[in-house]
Design a protein around this ligand. Structure first.
Ligand SMILES: [Zn+2]
Length: 164
């Protein structure tokens, strides 16, 4: 036995962020940090607590929809970029409404730490945009429209491996 730790002493804490303009699972998580022994998860969901943060009817009927989407997406990412850069992994839900803004807002994040959680809607277009902003090395995780269950599973898997 040796007392020397082979691991890097820099960041012993494992950290992830999950960002969605919907909510995670059935809405049982609050925005902010969830802390567990040796790990932390930053939860960033839409601030209204609505299951769907960008309602489709609004996208199709409101002439200012594009602008509203952009503002809502920017609001999610506001002030957390430097925090995100310190994460081990960042999961970003990319659905239908707000997809382009969600992708554009990840432009400055390190692709090796990024996972896009994507539904099938406009899939090709999303992949093209991800590649266009230079993040084609990011991970891609397919999910259902809305992303609720997949994000919930990602979070539970992260929490789970040490706390079961
Ligand atoms: Zn979809």
């Amino acid at each position: 036995m040796t007392d020397e730790t082979p691991k890097s002493a820099e960041s012993p804490l494992e950290q992830i962020a999950i960002i969605t303009y919907n909510i995670i699972g059935g809405g049982g998580y609050k925005n902010g940090w969830l802390e567990y022994p040796g790990k932390k998860a930053l939860i960033v969901q839409n601030k209204d607590g609505a299951r769907i943060g960008l309602p489709l009817w609004m996208l199709f009927t409101n002439p200012k929809a594009t602008e509203i989407c952009k503002t809502k997406m920017e609001d999610l990412f506001e002030g957390i970029t430097s925090t995100l850069k310190q994460m081990n992994q960042i999961y970003v839900y990319v659905g239908l409404g707000g997809a382009n803004d969600a992708i554009r807002l990840t432009k400055d994040l390190p692709p090796q730490k990024l996972s896009y959680v994507l539904c099938d809607c406009n899939y090709r277009q999303k992949i093209n945009l991800i590649s266009e902003i230079g993040n084609n090395h990011a991970k891609l995780i397919k999910c259902e429209c809305g992303g609720w269950d997949t994000l919930d599973k990602i979070l539970k898997d992260f929490i789970g491996n040490k706390n079961k």
